[in-house]
Design a protein around this ligand. Structure first.
Ligand SMILES: *Cc1c(COP(=O)(O)O)cnc(C)c1O
Length: 372
């Protein structure tokens, strides 16, 4: 038997989640964020799945973090426009931006200077990034009208100007900080008569006022619920990745015996322990606490003991039918249909779904549900 750990990627679920994002923001266009190799799912496969949708259901654009990610999509045959969310990292990249027909964010003066000094054959679509309160990237709102005017006055270099900004707290139930950010952006968009793009996944799901001309959902497309307080829409998301493995050994231990490094988990009753292929060398988080749920034969069973590099251990005392070869789902959907949400696993690891998904390492084979 080959090592049983695989990441099963359900591209139909990915399409379902994209359709759900569109349905949540019917007045907006929905750019699909597939940076970080499609949040660990394989960006080319994800992009093909959406590019293969019928007219009118397909994303008008994808978004990635950098030129190298866009290059890989183009090499994979993806023809849809691609937005570089952080634009260029050096002026020399402009040639490739042009050659690959990319759209670029512009967040800094040096990027504006580089673009205005460049002579493209066709102007480059530009999304002007505004720092509306997160203080990470973008122009201060007061500086935006002047930068906008410079770009608008350079039709040979920049075209199709948009305003974009990022929300720091869209996932939280308390919307006050978000409202401040939206008010600043709305004022700019009104003044400049500019199309606005503000909404990440949580705002796409829960905050229609922020939808603007474009939404740009990311993590929700992969089936993770980004909301602090889930709503009806977020509960309709379907998991895309199932991290699936199997039991490779089983043993019975007596009360007082301990399992794994540091003897962290100790049996309080006669216990059956399953050893599962999968560990932090695969990207399963070593911070997972005792009690982190798994699905063994589609039934919940708690992690017992520290995660090792290649293995982890689960208490299967209450699942007597479990044996060597039994399916173990670390997150996603079990063969019997039971779902273990990655958000719940992330909570037990004191992290977020994003780090678990982007952390699945190359050693884990990706297996796609349908060929697209
Ligand atoms: C990653 C990213 C997104 C998507 O965010 P999610 O929380 O995954 O929906 C949107 N906008 C920008 C600028 C990003 O970097």
């Amino acid at each position: 038997m080959t090592r049983p750990l695989v990441a099963d990627i359900d591209l139909d679920a990915f399409r379902h989640n994209y359709a759900l994002a569109r349905a949540q923001a019917p007045g907006s266009r929905a750019l699909a964020v597939i940076k970080a190799d499609g949040y660990g799912h394989g960006a080319v496969a994800c992009a093909r799945a959406l590019e293969g949708l019928p007219d009118g259901e397909r994303p008008p654009a994808f978004a990635v973090a950098c030129l190298e990610e866009a290059e890989r999509l183009r090499e994979g045959g993806i023809r849809t426009p691609i937005l570089l969310l952080e634009g260029i990292f050096e002026a020399a990249e402009l040639e490739r931006v042009e050659a690959l027909s990319l759209w670029m964010a512009v967040h800094s003066d040096w990027q504006v200077e580089a673009l205005l000094a460049y002579r493209p054959a066709r102007p480059i679509p530009v999304w002007l990034k505004v720092d509306s309160g997160m203080h990470r990237l973008g122009f201060a709102p007061a500086a935006v009208p002047a930068v906008w005017a410079r770009l608008a006055a350079a039709p040979g270099q920049a075209t199709d100007l948009h305003l974009m900004s990022h929300l720091a707290t869209a996932d939280e139930a308390d919307t006050r900080a978000c409202c401040d950010q939206l008010a600043r952006m709305q004022a700019l968009a009104d003044r400049l008569q500019a199309p606005l793009c503000l909404a990440n996944s949580p705002a796409t799901l829960a905050w229609p006022e922020a939808h603007g001309a474009w939404v740009r959902p990311g993590v929700m497309l992969y089936g993770s619920d980004p909301l602090e307080v889930p709503n009806a829409a977020s509960q309709g998301l379907q998991p895309v990745m199932t991290l699936r493995s199997a039991i490779i050994a089983v043993r019975d231990i007596a009360p007082g015996e301990a399992v794994g490094y540091g003897r962290r988990w100790q049996a309080t009753r006669p216990s059956r322990i399953a050893t599962v292929a999968g560990g932090y060398g695969d990207g399963y988080d070593r911070h997972a606490a005792d009690g982190t749920p798994t699905l063994v034969a589609g039934r919940r069973a708690p992690l017992a003991g520290k995660v090792s590099m290649d293995m982890l251990t689960v208490d299967i005392t209450d699942i007597p039918e479990a044996e060597i070869g039994t399916e173990v789902v670390l997150w996603g959907r079990a063969t019997n249909g039971a779902v273990l949400s990655i958000d719940e696993v992330a909570h037990h690891c004191d992290t977020i779904s994003y780090t678990l998904l982007t952390g699945v390492l190359p050693r884990v084979p990706r297996r796609y549900s349908c060929q697209v």
